[in-house]
Design a protein around this ligand. Sequence first.
Ligand SMILES: Nc1ncnc2c1ncn2[C@@H]1O[C@H](COP(=O)(O)OP(=O)(O)OP(=O)(O)O)[C@@H](O)[C@H]1O
Length: 250
Amino acid sequence: MVEVNGIYKSFKSKKSKKIEVLKDISFEAKPGEIYGLLGPNGAGKTTSLRCIATLLKPDKGSISVNGYDTLKKSNKVRSIIGLLTSDMKLSGNLSPRELMQFFGELNHLDDSYIKTQIEKLSEYLGMNDFLDKPVQKLSTGMKQKASIAVSILHDPDVIIFDEPTNGLDILASKIVVDFLFDFKKKGKTIILSTHIMSEAEKLCDKIGIIMNGSLVENGTFDDILSKYDEERLEEVFYKLAVERGLLKNV
Ligand SMILES: Nc1ncnc2c1ncn2[C@@H]1O[C@H](COP(=O)(O)OP(=O)(O)OP(=O)(O)O)[C@@H](O)[C@H]1O
């Protein structure tokens, strides 16, 4: 369970000007639920996810993960979550197996547990053919699978995935989508960001639409669609963007 309560976050520009990128963001995601954070480029999706994952500290507000406050119990929170971000780009000579071993050791996991998880995840994500190849020789989809395997090696209860299908072809995307459904069935709490509306419609139980750092909608699809009297989320998104001056009404 993840509860985000009224968080604000600002960064300093080069001229020391304060830029507020998150303004009063609140939402929650429960076990067995996929929550999708949607928004245009620069809206604040990654910043929100980084705050939940304890990589950034909100200026105001609070976040709890399975009841643990992300500021007061950050180590505990890190042990509960699996984080996948676009800046986790894998490179170098290590193979997926070696990377999983390395990150497992870094997280103080038991060696026999690491080995069992490597076998299990490799089978599960279809990585057997490239488990021992250097990451730098892998395709984008293969690298993404390896990143996912690394992020969930410790069998986290909460999964935070920033644009998990970014750059993947339709087949590789399907593997990621199937994996997310499977994890949802296992009762995990999943929060993901995307700007692919169709993906959100297919995957998410609840969504939050974030624009210019504010959560402008938060709820189930049906609730949001009926509120705007639309059949497609895309149309709602355009309406909201026009209202906020992000898109011209043509
Ligand atoms: N470390 C930082 N320092 C200064 N500004 C930052 C920093 N990180 C993010 N920002 C700014 O915060 C805003 C929100 O960025 P964020 O990465 O959260 O957006 P996003 O919704 O994930 O966008 P995208 O879809 O393009 O990935 C942007 O204007 C970005 O330039």
